[in-house]
Design a protein around this ligand. Structure first.
Ligand code: CP
Length: 322
């Protein structure tokens, strides 16, 4: 593996999950793999889980991680080719990224979409510019349209429960449900979850959302899509709760309907479903306290598994680099 920016960088999802679970069982078994190597963690947006878990994963492999809040501590970066830099941007990524390539062995980047210009966001300009100009492997810590480390973590968590629930004789029913939120959020987590679950191909996959919240078909193709949340949730084994803003009429909130919040009542007709969320979560807006605080919620396990997902990915990159 050279870069890790989407499921397309992974040749065998189950093998990567197996590797992550190997690290979960024995975190320091590859302590020498990253010895004398340095990893840069660049943040153009806030993060708690991604930042800490990737740092721990790198250290478990013997790497030295250095975090840098580009948005708060760095020069304001320009990403447009042939930009006339007479505005607020101070340094072009063309100049900054090759320097990162000299400082680090692997570069990890978190960016968010503007939610204003769909074409720019969906071209993944920021992360692609770092790939183009850094000259070293690049790992997405969430980009404008995808969050692959989160999605790998989600499949690791589902896999752990598949074994515990012994539902191997049938494909698990996995439901991605839209939830209300107070502000427009990116489609990244939902896009990425759909992309990975479709590529994994081992479930009955249903997506439910209000009208006009269709995601980009390039990620959802293969899933059943319905506006009827109650029917979608029936017999669910896993419920993945997430808000996203509109994709078609880009970056808007059309629906404030609180009835889309996941409550105890809604999980009653499920197969005692495990409830997932990438976090951070707005309690009693997206998910009710009674669900989040119940035995059905696996959100803490899911967040803890972020370490093993990151460790498996970094290990693949280090092994490929030789
Ligand atoms: N799920 C997730 O990416 O969390 P952070 O934004 O805290 O990194």
């Amino acid at each position: 593996m050279r870069n890790f920016v989407s499921v397309h960088d992974v040749s065998d999802i189950n093998a990567l999950v197996k590797k992550a679970l190997k690290y979960k069982a024995d975190p320091f078994c590859d302590r020498s793999l990253g010895r004398d190597k340095r990893i840069g963690l660049l943040f153009l947006n806030p993060s708690m889980r991604t930042r800490l878990s990737t740092q721990i994963a790198a250290q478990n492999l013997g790497m030295e991680p250095i975090g840098f809040n580009v948005d708060k501590e760095g020069w304001s970066l320009e990403f447009e080719e042939e930009a006339i830099m007479s505005g607020h941007t101070v340094e072009h990524v063309k100049d900054a990224a090759p320097i990162m390539g000299k400082y680090f062995d692997i570069l990890c980047i978190r960016t968010f979409p503007s939610l204003k210009n769909k074409q720019d966001d969906y071209s993944e300009l920021y992360i692609n510019q770092f790939i183009r100009y850094s000259g070293i492997p690049v790992v997405s810590l969430e980009s404008a349209t995808l969050h692959p480390l989160q999605s790998l973590t989600d499949i690791i968590t589902i896999t752990e429960h598949l074994e515990a629930l012994k539902v191997h004789r049938r494909r698990p029913r996995i439901v991605l449900t839209w939830a209300p939120h107070v502000k427009p959020l990116p489609q990244c987590v939902a896009n990425s979850f759909a992309q990975w679950i479709n590529a994994w191909g081992q479930s009955e996959f249903v997506i439910t959302h209000p009208e006009d919240y269709e995601l980009d078909e390039q990620f959802t193709k293969g899933a059943s899509i319905t506006h009827d949340q109650d029917s979608a949730l029936k017999n669910a084994d896993f419920i993945y709760v997430k808000n996203w803003s509109t994709y078609k009429d880009y970056g808007k909130i059309y629906c404030y309907d609180p009835s889309w919040m996941l409550t105890r009542e809604k999980i009653t007709p499920t197969n005692d479903a495990k409830v997932m969320h990438c976090l951070p979560v707005r309690r009693n807006v997206e998910l009710s306290d009674e669900v989040l605080d119940s035995a059905n919620s696996v959100v803490t396990q899911e967040a803890a598994n972020r370490v093993w997902a990151a460790q498996a990915v970094l290990s693949e990159i280090l092994n490929s680099a030789g």
